[in-house]
Design a protein. Sequence first.
Length: 248
Amino acid sequence: MKKPLPADRAEECQRLKAIFDGKKKELKLTQEKLAHRLGINQSSVSHYLNGVNPLNAAVAAAFAKSLGVPVRDFSPRLADVIESFADDFKQTWSRSAKVLDAVPHEQYVLIPQLLDDNSFVPGVNDEHVGLTEGMLFRRGWLRDMGLHYPHLKILYVTDDSMAPHIAREDVVMIDTFKKILEDGKIFLISRPDGKTTIRRVFQMISGGWALRCDNLDKQRYPDEMLSSEAADRLPVVGQVAWRGGSSR
């Protein structure tokens, strides 16, 4: 059973639900129709509206667009996050455009964001997956990093299992081309219940592998040990290539 959301996160969901209830007749929306618009399942919509799962910037933007309201009407916190992303992009593009004399779509590529409350992934639970507009990254930066954008996805982190290196609400970029475990690297792994987790992997002397959280609270985030055979069957989504978030 999930822990209750912090009061401020629960209040965001309550405000969003109030807006939905107030506009659903006007917009001829049901939770099922809204889920179809957002590209997620109806239970996910219900979880957001009823405060089971916290809102993130991408989810908030998608709801706001469908309901025809500003994000700030239900989450000033996430509105600030979205505006900061937009400001950073404008400043970066303005500097780059002066040098390159190029239009934005020639400089940037859109990396799709995996949007769903349980972090489902394509090829695992496709019917539960929704992709929003994603995030923009400079083509040159991706090239310098050795990343090929058709293989990339981004998603929001929903727990602190990898803190302090990767914290809750950070954004991570996943390179889905890299599915072979490498000692010391961080991977997104699919679980039998359809959820995904981020873990750092270490190869043991025996040939097996340890899936480890960076968080030192091992009672909450214990290591997992896999034999080499089990590791070969591990459904790896991809390797974490980048994280973005507040400075720590």
